[in-house]
Ligand binder design. Structure first.
Ligand code: FE2
Length: 305
């Protein structure tokens, strides 16, 4: 397992490394900086005179949850978000005709016990592959404001090849979309939505805490165990993440090994081709359907279009 900083490796080689657990760190490039700037503008527009890292000192948790529930979709659906991601992929040598991404999210991690559920869900250690992400998914993560080791995200590399007893067998992506996803803002004090968690104690250390400048982006496999660091900094962390898959990996079923994921459904229909924002071809998507899409009334007619 390696950490590559500013690597000039081709995207094909890079993905091979990522599927073996390596992490890539890319210093700021123009489109990444633009994406961060857009997020900053939207955050600051939503907060008015409130200093973003100090939001917890000024707003009640309820006011904050309400503000975030407006801000977050605005960023996700902003036309410039997609444009800048396309730019980031191009600047890092990804083939825009073969690379598919999902829309970027803004995440917040608050200090102390301020707001840790629903819209600001504090992620316990998890693999995205417990949440129906395919094994070829690559996660991209970047801070919107400066972070420190006390409010960043963390990867737990010793679990790469080590299975964890977990609740992923109870998770189905279509079911989650149907029942739980859209009411995140209602979960201010506690989150009763069922999410896959480790069913055994986790050895958090050794941890790789990812600390970097604004505009720097990390790539890591969706199969890595990762978490939100308990925020002891006194400052709210704002970050952006999105995910990609490459058509060749989808088609050839390349990806990280599955050590312990047992969820059903797939997020595969969410990704958009960087070149024209179209979905994966139906034949490719069909490789990942397991029958649960019809069980939960998932609109398969819109899948693969
Ligand atoms: Fe995650």
């Amino acid at each position: 397992m390696n950490i590559y900083i500013d690597s000039k490796m081709s995207d094909d080689e890079r993905r091979r490394e990522l599927f073996q657990g390596s992490i890539f760190v890319h210093p700021p490039r123009p489109s990444a900086l633009k994406l961060c700037q857009l997020a900053q503008e939207l955050v600051e527009g939503a907060l008015g005179t409130v200093c973003p890292p100090k939001i917890q000192d000024t707003m009640t948790a309820e006011q904050c949850a309400e503000t975030l529930s407006t801000l977050k979709p605005k960023f996700i659906h902003h036309p410039k978000s997609k444009e800048y991601i396309r730019g980031m992929l191009s600047e890092l040598g990804c083939d825009l005709e073969k690379t598919y991404f999902d829309v970027p999210r803004v995440r917040t991690a608050f200090p102390g016990d301020y707001l840790k559920s629903g819209i600001a869900y504090a992620f316990h250690p998890h693999r995205d592959t417990w949440y129906s992400a395919p094994f070829c998914q690559i996660n991209w993560w970047m801070p919107i404001y400066p972070t420190s080791s006390e409010n960043c995200m963390a990867i737990h590399p010793h679990y790469w090849a080590r299975p964890i007893r977990n609740g992923s067998s109870q998770y189905n992506y279509y079911k989650w979309n149907l029942e739980s996803r859209h009411n995140a803002a209602q979960h201010v004090k506690s989150d009763t939505r069922i999410q896959p968690r480790p069913d055994e104690p986790i050895e958090i250390e050794p941890t790789i805490r990812m600390v970097c400048d604004v505009g720097t982006v990390y790539q890591f496999s969706a199969a890595h165990l990762h978490s939100t660091v308990p925020n002891t900094s006194g400052l709210t962390r704002y970050s952006i993440d999105f995910r990609t898959v490459h058509f060749d990996d989808v088609w050839n079923r390349n990806g990280a090994p599955n050590v312990d994921s047992a969820c059903t459904g797939t997020t595969m229909a969410d990704y958009l081709k960087a070149a024209d924002y179209s979905h994966l071809p139906a034949e490719a998507l069909a490789l990942y359907l397991d029958g649960t899409e019809s069980q939960y009334g998932y609109a398969t007619s819109s899948v693969g279009t």
